[in-house]
Design a protein around this ligand. Structure first.
Ligand code: ES4
Ligand code: ZN
Length: 330
């Protein structure tokens, strides 16, 4: 339908993108070669062929292996530049980008090197055409609370220099068995430092993890949250509070959260008044950037043009930007 072309051409904000999940196989191989790293895949094609996932963990294993080629600031710069180019092509004019410092510090990469490389690309894009962005530091929930505290401690001395960019913390990686409650203290410390808070919850985990993210971590948005639909009281709470869900349709399909896009819960959540947004999550792994996610959802769920416009408007309303910035984007 013609309105799908309008979706593609209309400005939008992306609020759920892991920058390491934007690493395309070509760049993984180029960086591996630069650093003399031998990958456990013989070729770009063999790597792409491994992108057949059965659940979140089967994806994360490949995702962390791919991120292993990132060693220097320059690598982070190249990765971020490539993402911005793809995002711009989809008319994303504002992006809130997750990064996973613990997966890099584990390999000896300093927090300062990651931020230097990512920031160089974001600042360059801002100068070039006003591309707007923020950064959100995600804690890996399969690691310990202590490790999350260390990651935050490494970021705190850099908050002054990156005050305009690094504005929040998030929680990602293996959800089941790692409830938000494990990170209550580190999130409290981050909020005391003036950072916003988001968390992945209700992707594979139960509605209770969404309640924990709201009540214990005091998040401003929920990442995924698609299992909220199992709990009508939670759906009403999300709708009433206008706490947005950053939904990633192609991710949910690839990781078998739903076996068919027509079963995705975003339409019923939207009908119930929840502030749904559409995002790409790990676009290099899940088969598409933000427009492909809008189109896949709109097609399978027969969303109307008005519903798609609402979703795009939600993306600006839920963004961590000032009212003035928002007015200039919408
Ligand atoms: C992720 Cl799809 C997803 N879920 C949880 N953690 C993640 N990290 C990168 N992608
Ligand atoms: Zn995610």
């Amino acid at each position: 339908p013609t309105f799908l072309h309008q979706i593609a051409g209309s400005p939008k904000a992306e609020l759920h993108i892991h920058i390491e999940g934007s690493l395309e196989p070509e760049l993984i191989f180029a960086l591996a070669e630069r650093h003399g790293i031998t990958l456990p895949y013989a070729s770009i094609e063999a790597l792409r062929a491994a992108y057949a996932f059965t659940d979140l963990q089967s994806f994360l294993n490949v995702y962390y292996a791919g991120a292993g080629v990132l060693l220097e600031a320059e690598d982070f710069y190249q990765m971020t530049r490539a993402y911005i180019e793809r995002a711009r092509a989809d008319n994303v004019i504002h992006s809130e980008i997750f990064f996973d410092p613990q997966t890099h510090t584990e390999r000896g990469v300093p927090m300062a090197a990651m931020l230097e490389g990512i920031e160089a690309a974001l600042a360059e894009a801002e100068r070039a055409d006003g591309f707007s962005s923020r950064l959100i530091l995600c804690f890996l929930r399969h690691l310990s609370e202590e490790s999350a505290h260390e990651a935050l401690a490494q970021a705190l001395p850099l908050l002054g220099r990156y005050a305009h960019r690094l504005i929040g913390v998030g929680l990602d990686s293996s959800e089941l068995g790692h409830p938000p409650s494990k990170f209550e203290r580190v999130f409290a410390q981050a909020r005391r430092a003036g950072l916003r808070a988001v968390a992945h919850a209700g992707e594979e985990g139960p509605p209770d993890y969404i309640y924990q993210a709201l009540d214990l971590l005091k998040v401003d948005r929920i990442d995924h949250g698609v299992r909220a639909s199992e709990d009508p009281a939670l759906v009403r709470r999300l709708a009433d509070s206008r706490i947005a869900l950053t939904v990633c349709p192609l991710s949910n399909l690839k990781l078998c959260v739903f076996d068919d896009m027509r079963k995705h819960t975003l339409k019923s959540l939207l009908d119930a008044g929840v502030a749904i947004t559409i995002n790409s999550d790990d676009p290099a792994y899940f088969g598409g950037y933000v427009n492909a996610n809008y189109i896949a959802a709109a097609d399978a769920l027969t969303l109307s043009a008005a519903e798609v416009r609402t979703i795009a408007a939600n993306s600006f309303e839920a963004a961590f930007i000032s009212a003035d910035e928002r007015a200039g984007m919408m």
